[in-house]
Design a protein around this ligand. Sequence first.
Ligand code: C5P
Length: 401
Amino acid sequence: MFKNKTVTVGISGGIAAYKSAEIVSWLKKNNAEVRVIMTEGACRFITPLTMKTLSGQPVAVDLMSMDPAYNVPHIDLAACDLFLLLPATANILAKAAMGLADDLLSASLLATKAQVIAAPAMHCDMYDNPATQGNLQILAGRGWTLIETEEGVLACGAIGKGRLAGIPKIMQVIEATLNPDKPLAGRRVLITAGPTWEAMDPVRYLGNRSSGKTGYCLAGAARDLGAVVDLVSGPVALDPPPGVNLHRVESALEMARVVTVLYPACNIVIAAAAVADYRPRQAAKEKIKKSSASLNLYLEPNPDILAGLGQNKGERILIGFAAETENLLEEARKKLREKNLDYIVANDVSQPGAGFAGDTNIATIISAQGEEKQFPLMSKKALAMEIWQYVIHNSQFTIHN
Ligand code: C5P
C-alpha cells in the first residue's frame, strides 16, 4: 500500500509514545520506508531498540549525531513523503509553532517540506490551555493535519479531552494522505444489493425486478476509491467486482442477519437492495399443489434493515435508495427522515431509462441538510461514481482542527 513512500515518524515524550510502535509496525508491514526520530523524553517511555526493530532502521535521537547513516541528520530525516508526529506533546507543538530547533525532532520539523500529520496527546488541562490551542491553530494554518484528541480517562486518572486518537483513525488519516487518489482508503463500506427472494415453498418465491446493477457498481467504485467493501447481495446474475467481499443471501431475514454481523466494523452503508417488504408467513415444506380453488397467501412484514441501522448509527454515514413511481422527492425526503439517513438517492422507476433492469438511471441525491443534486440520464456505473463523489465531497473524511 505504501511502496516507495518514505515516512519519518517523530516520537515525543508522552505516555502515548508506546502506541507509536503499532503504527510504525503497520507502516513497515505495508512497505513504507520508515525512519524514527525520538526525543530524550520518548526514549524514557519506549526504547529505541523497540523502534529500531520495528522500523528496520537505526533510530535517530541526537541532533549532533556522528552516526554515519546520516550526512546531516535533521536534513536527511526532514526529506520524506510524510512526517508523522505521534504522539505530539504540548511541548513539541509549542516548539514547532515557534520554529524552535533545539533538538533533532524540532529541527527536522522545521526543515521538512513534507506534509506533517500530528496526533496530539496530553493532559486535558494542557490541551485546553489557550497556549496549546493557539499553537494548534498556528500549525493548522501552516497546513499541518491535526488528528483530534479523544475524550476519556487519561493516564493520570483525570477525565477529559487529550487522549491520543484511536489507532484506526490515525491509520485512516495516514492512508488518505499517502494515497490522495483513494479518498475512501481506510474506510469500510457495507453495501446491500439486488432483490430478496421470499420462499413460498421449495420451488417458488416472491421477488422483485431488481438486477443488483446499481449496488454492484457502487461496490466496484468504492473499491476503486480505496475502501474495503462488503457487498451483501440477494440473488442476481452478476459477477461480483473483483476485490470486494461478497456475502450471498436470499431472503430479507438472511440479509438482515448478515448486515447485523458486518455493521459494527463499517463506516459507511449504502442500502441499494430492493428488500421485499413482506414474506409468506410460513414457507410450505412441500411444493404447493395446483388446484382449481383460489390460494390465500398470508404475508407478514419483513424488518426494515436500513431503518434498524439508523437507530444505532454512531459515527457512520448511512445512504438509502428510494425507488418510487409517484411523489418521488417527497417520498424520498420522508424516508431520509424516518430511517435517520445522511443521504438518499431517489429515482423514479416509471421514467424511461430509469429503474431496475436497465443499465442506465436518472436520480436525485438528497442530503439530511436538505441539499439536492440531480443526475441526468447516465449509466449506472457513472452514477455510482457520481454518488460517491457527492458523498465524499459533502462528508468530513479527514480531521483538521
Ligand atoms: O422499501 P423502501 O422504499 O422503504 O426502501 C428504502 C431504503 O430502505 C432502500 O435503501 C432499501 O434498501 C432499504 N430497505 C431495507 N430493508 C427493508 C426495506 C427497505 O434496508 N425491509
